[in-house]
Write a protein that binds this ligand. Sequence first.
Ligand code: IMP
Length: 176
Amino acid sequence: MINILDKTFVPFISQEKIEHRIAELASLITKDYEGCCPVFIVVLNGSFLFASELVKKIPLSCEINFIRLSSYSQTTSTGTVREIIGMDENIQGRDVIIIEDIVDTGLTMSQLLNKIKALEPKSVEVATLLHKPEALKTPVNMRYVGFEIANRFVVGYGLDYDGIGRNLDAIYVLAE
Ligand code: IMP
């Protein structure tokens, strides 16, 4: 059990399980993109640990680009993505894999996908460590999903609660 600010969290997914699952996703991606040179687009901040664990297990020639999303408010359900910051790679005609920490309502990812597709990549797929199917408000095609979880608030392994908890080496869930 850990305390972050005013909340208590309990262990949910161990580091061992996370890393084992990431290795499985890495094998799938390596197989699917054999002979390609994909561009990974890492959505900061939350996916930094997932991305680093994933890409180091993918022995393909590849490029890695880091972006941030500016939104009107990341906590409201509108999830409006105003702008992609740091998209300095030309992805036209490239095979793109977006790396995200969690797809919750899916609003962020569906808008990001629209913006990425407008840049005319050859293909675009999503790799997300976590997905909350019950929270989904808009359909999102996610090819690589680490874990489907219940609609509960989690922290750790890159995910934060009010800025805290990203450095935890496992995933914790808000105590009920
Ligand atoms: P969506 O637009 O609702 O899919 O939310 C996307 C963003 O909300 C994620 O990239 C996270 O930054 C944040 N988020 C959603 N659920 C959680 C959670 O359980 N813990 C921490 N952050 C979360």
